[in-house]
Design a protein around this ligand. Sequence first.
Ligand SMILES: *Cc1c(COP(=O)(O)O)cnc(C)c1O
Length: 454
Amino acid sequence: MTDLLAASATPSVSTAAPIDQERRIVTAVPGPKSRALHERRLAVVPPGVSSALPVYIDRAHGAILVDVDGNQFIDLGAGIGVTTIGHTNQAVVEAAAAQLHNVTHTLFTITPYESYVRVAELLAEHTPGDHAKKSVLVNSGAEAVENGVKIARKHTGRNGIAVLEHAYHGRTNLTMAMNFKASPYSTGFGPFAGDVYRAPNSYPYHDGLSGTDAARQTTSYLEKTVGATDLACLVVEPIQGEGGFMVPADGYLTALQEWCTANGIVFIADEIQSGMARTGKYWASEHFGLVPDMILSAKGIAGGLPLAAVTGRAEIMDSAQPGGLGGTFGGNPVSAAAAIAVFEQIEANDLLAEGARIGATLTKALLDLQQLYPIIGDVRGIGAMVAIELVLPGTKEPNADAVKFLADYAAQRGVLLLTAGTYGNVLRFLPSLALGDDLLLDALGVIADGFAAL
Ligand SMILES: *Cc1c(COP(=O)(O)O)cnc(C)c1O
């Protein structure tokens, strides 16, 4: 009989060799081992789960990914803004490893534990506004959106959900209905949830509208097509993620929030991509003077472990009945321990300043590049969340081919770069805060060479 009760080994944090923070390409990309793994994958993983760059990752640390062939990539995507404080951050690894040895699961709705409570305290402390706040922890961003909407509906007794053009909120049934872009996210996957109303957003590069005018366009659209009194919530990404990092015009978001407050609509900030220290503040909302009724977080909050949260005004959050919220894995102890370590690292190492540093270096370099290559129509973003929109020469028409070329060019040379945008014509920079300026400038040099080669 196997001894299921054998004494646990001492937590061993890392036995692997340290990873030099440098770019190094030693095989074709993808290399032979990645290609072999890809063959196996094609037999057992459906194509609906695609991979932007099929190099199979073996290890990672800081801002570097190491693949199974020994190639080292500068990671400008951080798993879409998840490993915000760096891959395998030592404090996060230690906290999670220690927790693994103590308890991995009880289910908070059966027998609770402290770390869930601590994460809720940290979220209350570090989200905008000094009102009483409460949080529910779940597993994924989409699940946070679903729960935010559920709670807003219960609180208001209304059904309508307002979202914005170019929004992205997830891949579950409700969130598919909330996304702007059908392909690939929802094509063929209906029927979709109803009562979702999509209003024009603020997209300064294309609409040229002031924040006030853009907000009037949004709210008058909603008043005409739904009526404010039928709306439970307005869900807004303060800086849109998948849509292409649109930074709304000054005053747009506060005008929307005032309109929501005046009409009893819950203002929900989806900060799943823009949050958790990415923009040089904990939440992008803070750059715009917003105090959302509810903030949704996920991606970066637990250093790479799955965790998401809905944090809202206590009186709104209290409207859901006991047993109405939760889920088997929601607020898993290992993820919660990792999230606490992430908050501690941000405070101890002043990581908000690192977001600002990366933003300054990136923006300057990209604006310089725009002088040379006018197909860079727009450079936008805040902190470590910056993008360039590429256009056809002399127009504002999308140039998705150039984006594809540049992402491929960079990958071949050891720079992992993400694309975005409703029309696939945006290159986004979403690096971890552990990315030093030397590595960042090295990556930007590769991208500049890519533009020269275009
Ligand atoms: C990624 C993302 C989601 C969905 O999160 P998942 O964890 O993938 O379900 C929702 N909203 C925004 C803004 C996102 O970037």
